[in-house]
Design a protein around this ligand. Structure first.
Ligand SMILES: *Cc1c(COP(=O)(O)O)cnc(C)c1O
Length: 450
């Protein structure tokens, strides 16, 4: 008998099972893929050519009736699940009341309530303010605007392997050329790049990595020109890179000493994903500005910049906003998500997922030298794959293992500057048994690619 997800974590009570009734992609998905090719711009590509019909708990059910195990959460978005009943209720109730007025025309309570909740949940107990936007990239851009308004300086530093979005300014901040930047320049000026702490590849402790970064910044930019450092506390697209202990605190200290705004891009790591409400907590840092987005509204588009009141209020009235920013339906979803973070113990759930995954992946690593590194926090875990030459990135292997997992009905994603990282981002609503089954499938996928 298939196990049903309990209502608190479930959604539409889809059977929580991996079930393949056709080859993947099935005939309906292949038909839709044909229409996609004729209608959708080529630049928008997909990981798996399988079309979704329903999703909830830890599964995505496709249009052919196959049930796939979801280790992607739509790229770390559906942390509470893909059809969490509380989110669905909140969204339907709000949509029936009103879908939009524009907060800048006639405001509504939901926006204010989300701002209050984020002011309380983000690290630090100082006085804070929040502004809401639609996408992660839009919020990162606004964090930069706010830091420039506050400091009166223009330069911004981002880090090696960083990913901050696909708009022009955020592409300037993003490190990787293919597929993000190639052919789309020129990019926004006054953006500089500093070396990150990447313990598996640089072997530096946190203090040494921070000294290297600060030296680069002082020599190539100069604190007196610098508005902000923008950094992901744990890198997402760059390869789930967890910096060495001490790296982030040293950067924060340097920023404080030089009146530089430290912006934590927690778009991927925020809202319980890493086993803390914000990943900054793992490193004991209190950023000046925190950017939230992916996990915030259960799949509805909503993002936020939250931070020190004096910095946030540096932008003049009318200087921030947008037609849709803080849409009331998205705010209603976010309030349901933020309730679930506390009421359903999502932080503890993410830690339990970390325990399950790290246990299994370390065991796999001890049998398979191609797994160079196992890393991550909470429900944000990755393996970095390498070839027989020590440390040489093996992107082809990551691709082959992902393809084998896909064919067996498990949604996994790859990432990393070298394309050699398999990353796992299960919804926190996934039942343990299903997660373990997905890890069995991965095990077999590694075997099959030997
Ligand atoms: C996804 C992501 C972004 C961009 O968010 P969009 O909503 O896709 O614009 C920015 N920063 C990080 C760390 C991300 O993971």
């Amino acid at each position: 008998m298939p196990v049903l997800a309990p209502a608190v974590v479930g959604g539409p009570r889809l059977a929580q099972e991996r079930r393949l009734v056709t080859e993947l992609p099935g005939p309906r998905s292949r038909e839709l893929a044909e229409r996609l090719r004729g209608a959708v711009a080529r630049g928008v590509s997909t990981t798996m050519p399988v079309f979704a019909a329903a999703a909830g708990g830890g599964v995505v059910v496709d249009v052919d009736g196959n049930s796939l195990i979801d280790l992607g959460s739509g790229i770390a978005v559906t942390t509470v699940g893909t059809s969490d009943p509380a989110v669905v209720d909140a969204v339907t109730t709000q949509a029936a009341a009103f879908t939009h007025t524009c907060f800048m025309v006639t405001p509504y309570e939901g926006y204010v309530a989300v701002a209050e909740r984020l002011n309380a949940l983000t690290p630090g107990d100082h006085d804070k303010r929040t502004a809401l936007f639609n996408s992660g990239a839009e919020a990162v851009e606004n964090a930069v605007k706010i830091a420039r308004a506050y400091t009166g300086r223009s330069a911004v530093v981002a880090f090696d392997h960083g990913y901050h979005g696909r708009t022009n300014l955020t592409l300037a901040l993003t490190a990787k050329n293919q597929p993000y930047k190639s052919g789309f320049g020129p990019f926004a000026p006054e953006v500089y790049r500093a070396p990150l702490s990447y313990p598996y590849r640089d072997g530096l402790d946190g203090a040494a990595a921070a000294a290297r970064a600060i030296s680069t910044i002082e020599k190539q930019v100069g604190a007196e020109n610098l508005a902000a450092l923008v950094i992901e506390p744990i890198q997402g697209e760059g390869g789930f890179i967890v910096p060495a202990p001490g790296f982030l605190p040293a950067l924060v200290e340097w920023c404080r000493a030089h009146d530089v705004v430290l912006v934590a891009d927690e778009v991927q790591t925020g809202i319980a994903r890493t086993g803390a409400v914000y990943a900054s907590e793992h490193f004991g840092i209190v950023p000046d500005l925190v950017v939230s987005a992916k996990g915030l509204a259960g799949g509805l588009p909503l993002s936020a910049v939250t931070g020190r009141a004096e910095i946030m209020d540096a932008a003049h009235a009318g200087g921030l906003g947008g037609t849709y920013g803080g849409n009331p339906v998205a705010c209603a979803a976010a309030l349901a998500v933020l309730d679930a973070v506390v009421a359903d113990g999502l932080v503890d759930r993410a830690r339990r997922i970390e325990e399950l995954m790290l246990g299994r992946l370390h065991a796999l690593q001890s049998r398979d030298a191609r797994i160079g590194d196992v890393r991550g926090r909470g429900a944000m875990i990755a393996v970095e794959l390498v070839g027989p030459v020590v440390g040489e990135p093996d992107a082809a292997l990551a691709k082959a293992v992902a393809a084998a997992a896909h064919a067996a009905g498990v949604i996994v994603l790859t990432c990393g500057t070298y394309g050699n990282v398999l990353r796992f981002l299960p919804p926190l609503a996934i039942p343990d048994a299903l997660l373990l089954e997905a890890l069995d499938v991965l095990d077999a996928a590694f075997e099959a690619t030997r």
